[in-house]
Design a protein around this ligand. Sequence first.
Ligand SMILES: Cc1cc2nc3c(=O)[nH]c(=O)nc-3n(C[C@H](O)[C@H](O)[C@H](O)COP(=O)(O)OP(=O)(O)OC[C@H]3O[C@@H](n4cnc5c(N)ncnc54)[C@H](O)[C@@H]3O)c2cc1C
Length: 380
Amino acid sequence: MQIYSEEHDIFRDTFRKFVAKEVTPFVPQWEEYRAVPRELWMKMGEYGFLCPWLPEKYGGLELGFEYSVIINEELIRGDGFGVGVPLHSDVAVPYISTYGNDAVKERWLSGCASGEVITAIGLTEPNTGSDLAAIRTRAVRDGDSYVINGQKTFITNGYFADLIVVAVKTSPEAGHRGISLILVDKETPGFSRGRKLEKMGYHMQDTAELFFEDCRVPATNLLGEENKGFKYMMEKLQRERLEVCIKCQVNAEEALREGLEYAKTREAFGRPIGNFQNTAFVLAEMATDVKLGRVFLDKLIADHIQGKDIVQEVSMAKYWLGEMVNRVAYQAVQIHGGYGYMEEYRICRIFRDVRALSIFAGTSEIMKLIVSRNLGLNPK
Ligand SMILES: Cc1cc2nc3c(=O)[nH]c(=O)nc-3n(C[C@H](O)[C@H](O)[C@H](O)COP(=O)(O)OP(=O)(O)OC[C@H]3O[C@@H](n4cnc5c(N)ncnc54)[C@H](O)[C@@H]3O)c2cc1C
């Protein structure tokens, strides 16, 4: 299936120019600040680059998923990997638009499209990440409110988020059938956040801890039905993992580009290092990995757009692409020799950043668990 038309190409070109002007020059500054300023969000909102799929009545452009893919891809190509927009537009906000009641949608969605409301999604807790059924954050119904107590960690956009989709236990004895999703406004008394977490890479991302202490939210902030949160997460994780697959693939393409360019220009023993058979073969392997990844990813994007169930394939892709990008980035650093270890070289940042890709949104091991279960196996 042909995914992109001429209109998509025009949009890509426009967004690429936006990134070149508004993102790429500021990357070093934002990496140091450990966050992206809100002005970028506001500018992206102004041009329709946030949640472009939302209905017009909420400030969206009613565009297809292809446009979200383009935004995600071009942000990475322009070094804006840590800009938390794809997680906002394509992971957190869809929970609100799909499961939120009318009042919630009226209250929040137009802000999500304009940049005034930054969202995050809080599933992981200090004691558990892979095993979501083991979360301990508790929400107790009290009249027309829920009172939340607990803690979340590693939350993308966590430090500046205005609105957080929080996974809570509403029926603790029911395991994964006792999880609900509730919206928490940052202004709610009892809600607080820790410092921006210091990470290996992905520095411009304001990843943070969140705390809930007798945090009382209106019962109408419940997304969908009580105790259906796990089901909703399983429904939405397909898109989240696809979004991460895009990050893997484009970073791998960029790492290959860096390695190839360097191999053609750097000389050793009187010839470009790309003319050593070893370097040439390593690049041939990298290019093969990257090509395989692109074919697989584009097929999944096309299937997702057509509304097909891609849970099995996207789990395979999340694991394979997450490992592939790390392989390719490792080799690209090696090709750069000592320069690959220097901050001023782009490959150095790519290498650091991509390490998270086989971990978040489900580790490689959890992906293999899903794949093997779908093969009729029951690994422990
Ligand atoms: C940069 C970054 C951003 C993140 N953003 C968010 C966010 O926005 N929202 C959010 O909720 N979370 C976020 N996370 C958390 C992320 O999703 C978790 O770290 C991830 O799911 C793994 O959970 P964990 O860290 O608790 O590891 P654990 O679950 O403790 O796993 C540790 C190791 O054990 C392995 N393992 C666990 N269970 C099994 C099993 N059954 N079989 C085989 N191996 C197993 C894992 O694969 C892993 O290798 C983020 C993490 C990072 C690093």
